[in-house]
Ligand binder design. Structure first.
Ligand SMILES: C[S@@+](CC[C@H](N)C(=O)[O-])C[C@H]1O[C@@H](n2cnc3c(N)ncnc32)[C@H](O)[C@@H]1O
Length: 269
């Protein structure tokens, strides 16, 4: 196996971002499983909000020849990178570009076609800093769904989500650093940054910066219900025998407030 020789000077940040924080095949499988279980039909149209490089859309399209996807994002440059990486015509590993629609729009826009399933992952929806802004987004997501549609999002919590700190993960050829700033107790606003470090000692700091609000799970769930969703299920991750996240999620009504947790919220129209 050839090991990449990553170094700050030549590295492609989108490639490292995808490797570090995304697992779209698992997310797509989870969303389809829950949709089919509850709705007894096959979902065909995905809308990925805050799509960035739209890797999720590519996995969705690859999962079934009848599937189509819509990626919504404000960054033309990030979407252009995603088009080259995941949708290049003739690439046997790529997704069919004819079944993909790119929309350079705010996720709150009404000009987005209807979807069976909409997702907003990696906590991107935390860009909305107050409840009216969040509610406006959740209402747009609700309106943009088919009558039996599902809106899936993820949320990070636990005591350490409120404390400053660095989480470093060796990724094979580089180190991913999640740098968490202090949370303002009055506004819950915080700065979160991603840095990358390389075996030759070089580094790229502040490659991604997020000015976010830390939304609690009850606040988020109540906002989803106020936006018109009928019910919101919480999927909680089970732990393996070493206390690590297992990647297996169960629908729960109550949970233990572990130091740091990630949950899925499934909001049903
Ligand atoms: C954290 S990245 C998410 C990338 C990827 N989809 C993921 O799940 O990891 C956030 C993306 O949201 C986009 N974005 C931020 N605010 C937005 C808005 N109001 N409407 C649409 N896209 C937005 C940014 O351009 C950026 O590409």
């Amino acid at each position: 196996m050839t090991r990449h020789r990553y170094t700050a000077r030549t590295v492609d940040p989108h490639e490292l971002y995808e490797k570090s924080v995304q697992d779209p095949a698992a997310d797509v499988a989870l969303m389809i499983r829950w949709f089919e279980r509850r709705r007894r039909r096959v979902p065909l149209v995905l809308r990925e909000d805050f799509a960035g490089t739209a890797w999720m859309c590519a996995e969705w399209i690859r999962s079934d020849p009848a599937r189509r996807a819509v990626g919504v994002d404000l960054s033309a440059a990030t979407m252009a990178w995603g088009r080259r990486r995941h949708f290049r015509p003739g690439n046997p590993d790529g997704a069919d570009p004819r079944r993909m629609r790119w929309l350079r729009l705010d996720v709150r826009s009404a000009r987005v076609p209807r979807a069976d399933l909409t997702c907003a992952f990696n906590f991107s929806w935390c860009v909305f800093l107050d409840r009216p802004a969040l509610l406006r987004y959740f209402k747009a997501a609700q309106r943009g769904l088919a009558a039996d549609g599902l809106f899936a999002l993820d949320i990070h919590g636990g005591p350490t989500s409120f404390t400053p700190g660095r989480d470093e993960r060796r990724m094979g050829g580089f180190t991913y650093v999640w740098d968490q700033g202090a949370v303002d107790p009055i506004t819950h606003r915080t700065l979160r940054r991603i840095h990358f470090e390389f075996p030759d000692g070089s580094r790229r700091r502040n490659v991604y910066r997020y000015d976010w609000r830390v939304w609690t799970l009850p606040e988020t769930r109540e906002a989803l219900l106020d936006a018109g969703f009928r019910r919101v299920d919480v999927l909680w991750e089970l732990y393996d025998k070493n206390g690590e996240g297992s990647g297996i999620f169960r629908h729960v009504e109550h949970a233990k407030n572990d130091d740091s947790w990630v949950a899925y919220l499934l909001a049903w129209k």
